[in-house]
Design a protein around this ligand. Sequence first.
Ligand code: FAD
Length: 394
Amino acid sequence: MPVRTRVAVIGAGPAGLLLSHLLDRCGIESVVIDSRTREQIETTIRAGILEQGTVEVLAETGASDRVLTAGQKHEGIELRFGGEGHRIDFTDTVGRAVWLYPQHEVLKDLVAARLAAGQDLRFGVTAERVEDAGTDRPRVLARDAEGYAIEIEADVVVGADGSRSVAREAVTGAYGGYFREYPFAWFGILCEAPPSAGELIYGNSPDGFALISQRSPDVQRMYFQCDPDTDTEAYDEGQLWEMLQARVPGTTLHEGPIFQRDVLRFRSFVAHEMRRGRVVLVGDAAHTVPPTGAKGMNLAVADVVLLTDALRALLLDRDETLFDSFAETARQRIWKAQHFSWWMTSLLHVQPGASDFDRMRQLGELRTVVESRAGSTYLAEAYTGWPLPGTGHH
Ligand SMILES: Cc1cc2nc3c(=O)[nH]c(=O)nc-3n(C[C@H](O)[C@H](O)[C@H](O)COP(=O)(O)OP(=O)(O)OC[C@H]3O[C@@H](n4cnc5c(N)ncnc54)[C@H](O)[C@@H]3O)c2cc1C
């Protein structure tokens, strides 16, 4: 017997869990499945920076109380180049801020909230494909951890299943999208050390980019630009600290044991379509950005806020207007975020094979941003996030 629900959500990442939370608040029932275990979901280290609008949505809808108590408000970032730091002051330029609150903490809060509300949230269940997108009863064909088939029939199926989405095939074909690859990646480390700075440092140096960020009083997250094929074991700890330190000259990093390393490849992707019939894509399933502008999780939240309004109108008021315009409206923000993520990446990284001209031009661009109020204001406005549509969450 198929499971029947109003909205079937594939993926218990930030997009899928927040969507089911917001739908519940409107009285719309959903079933959420995820191929991973609860423990895997709650311990995978990914994003860390939340836009002001994301924090407001989480706090005001009861999805997370801890974001305001355990999260750290950051009112600026430092751009460091030519051996000097230049602070971009978000409060002064745009009166907004971001919060440092790791994605897995957001997920812990959302999972706890969904389970407390009696949500049908199934871990270890993998969607294999989505069928009947063109009808008003689309279906998810899935399999649980023991290999038993599960069929979920819904009014709407939402693919919130990340960058390797299976739902995408039902909407746009496996690779139907705008795509860009970058000739570099980030080598990321987690270390046990006190913070090296109060706010994030984005460093540009002749050796390449580095990001000095924080996780907690005892654990720090740092990245430096590397070749996409770099092996995570290619360097010993001393070499890693030397490379990080060389990319943020003028600062003194607080070193400590490195307990996790990863290489994060860069891609920009936007699916050609976000909806086909009653199947919709949100979050990384619909788009991915390079991590430099910290937009990925925030963009997933923005999609979901917009889709909640569209589904409320469709399923409760039988008004299809917002559902029909959802993709077009979402794309406006998505392309602004794509541009910002690409721009921050180009501004700060050293392109392989860059000439002396390219290097001097890049320093000129960095100076333009930090010395011009208009330039700093653009960065601050985009980094802290444009207002979310139609919700009053600004
Ligand atoms: C190292 C790193 C650092 C990042 N830093 C930032 C940052 O600072 N700020 C920011 O905003 N973004 C950042 N991002 C991006 C951010 O993490 C993603 O954009 C965000 O997770 C997208 O959320 P999502 O819910 O769309 O997808 P995901 O978080 O990928 O969730 C998708 C879920 O779907 C599940 N799933 C997949 N396939 C199936 C299937 N077939 N059946 C069932 N379940 C399935 C997966 O298990 C997963 O739980 C970072 C990403 C990485 C990797």
